[in-house]
Design a protein around this ligand. Structure first.
Ligand SMILES: [Zn+2]
Length: 366
């Protein structure tokens, strides 16, 4: 496991001086254990005591995200997610999603809004929209439905009215539109999920077209709070992220599954983004534990394996965001960001608490 500091090989005197400095800085610099870490992009769809125990030990809380809306599993996901939330309201507040299978039937928006309101009444804190909108589902004329399709406007308007954020995983990393590249962060995914690898498939909307449609939602609904999952699918373009955060005051991003992309940008440039937009960037991981997608039930060893990989991920992330000097991320050396304490507090929890109104969600009695 990478650590930001290594004391090995230092003379004892230096160690004492170092310990003294750490003691002096203790008030200002948050420690990994003390920092409340809210993973706003989690998918846990089984009641696994070892996961609850890990979260308690690491001081992690999640927002548990139901996704997608087009595979017919929405009722099941909602049931499991709200059960977990009922048992552990501080660990598993819920982001729900909406059905896409009945989009051609009458009163789609009215029915969808009613279903979302029922989820909000049970405590859901936000609504997820997934990449299937843009690169999978089509309208009656056989054309891809983009995220700013008028079909969804009444839903977005309703979310803005009731103050619930839209957690938007729209488009994909730019690599989906590029030839497979073994050195890419996303090679493993696109080489094994060819259905989402759109290079050489001109019938699909371009990355730019989907991003423009996503931006158009924010333009049409300026009071809708949008949290762009995965760096808003602009992981390759920090200037493009900054431009949108400037242009759309209702836009935010989270880093789930894209910290590895940040580590490949110059550390000063990533740090500058956090410094310019400290209130707009949220922490997340995007680890999935979804037994309903498996053919056979998971084993105890697999559950434990998931717990172990989660623990490693949270630690490696911390070493990158909070650590100093060289660190290792996914087996590559990179410079840690060493974000100032005030920014770390916002990134790791304060922004999520404000945007998703988590104080109320945590207090809620099932
Ligand atoms: Zn996800």
């Amino acid at each position: 496991m990478p650590t930001p500091f290594s004391l090995r090989g230092l003379a004892p005197l230096v160690v004492v001086a170092f310990a003294f400095k750490v003691a002096l800085a203790a008030d200002a610099a948050p420690t990994y254990e003390k920092m409340l870490k809210i993973d706003v992009h989690s998918h846990i769809f089984e009641d696994v005591p070892a996961i609850h125990a890990l979260f308690a030990r690491l001081n992690v809380r999640t927002i548990n995200v139901c996704v997608p809306g087009g595979d017919g599993q929405l009722a099941l996901m909602d049931r499991v997610a709200f059960e977990l939330y009922g048992k552990h309201p501080q660990l598993y507040p819920v982001t729900t999603t909406f059905d896409l299978l009945t989009r051609d039937e009458p009163n789609y928006a009215t029915r969808t809004i009613a279903a979302l309101d029922r989820a909000f009444a049970r405590g859901a804190v936000a609504v997820k929209i997934w990449k299937e909108v843009g690169i999978e589902i089509k309208n009656r004329n056989g054309r891809f439905i983009l995220p700013d399709d008028p079909l969804f406007d009444p839903i977005y308007a309703h979310l803005a009215r009731v103050g619930k954020p839209l957690h938007a995983h729209l488009a994909e990393p730019i690599d989906a539109w590029l030839p497979l590249d073994k050195d890419s962060n996303h090679y493993g995914y696109y080489s094994t999920n060819p259905q989402w690898h759109l290079h050489g498939k001109p019938e699909y909307p371009s990355h730019a077209a989907i991003i423009a449609a996503r931006d158009n939602i924010m333009k049409k609904h300026p009071t809708l709070v949008v949290v762009g999952a995965h760096l808003g699918s602009l992981e390759h373009d920090l200037d493009g992220i900054a431009e949108r955060l400037t242009r759309y005051p209702n836009f935010h991003i989270e880093v789930a599954a894209r910290t590895r992309n940040l580590t490949r940008h110059p550390a000063e440039k990533v740090r500058a983004l956090f410094q310019k937009f400290p209130d707009r960037i949220l922490y997340g991981v995007d680890a999935g534990w979804m037994p309903h997608r498996r053919d056979t039930p998971p084993t105890t060893a697999q559950r434990q394996g998931h717990v172990t990989s989660l623990e490693l991920r949270y630690r490696a992330d911390w070493d990158y965001y909070a650590g100093q000097g060289e660190t290792t991320y996914n087996n590559r050396k990179t410079d840690a960001l060493h974000l100032p304490p005030a920014i770390l507090e916002k990134f790791y929890h304060a922004n999520a608490e404000r945007i998703f109104q988590l104080e109320a969600a945590w207090r809620r009695q099932p």
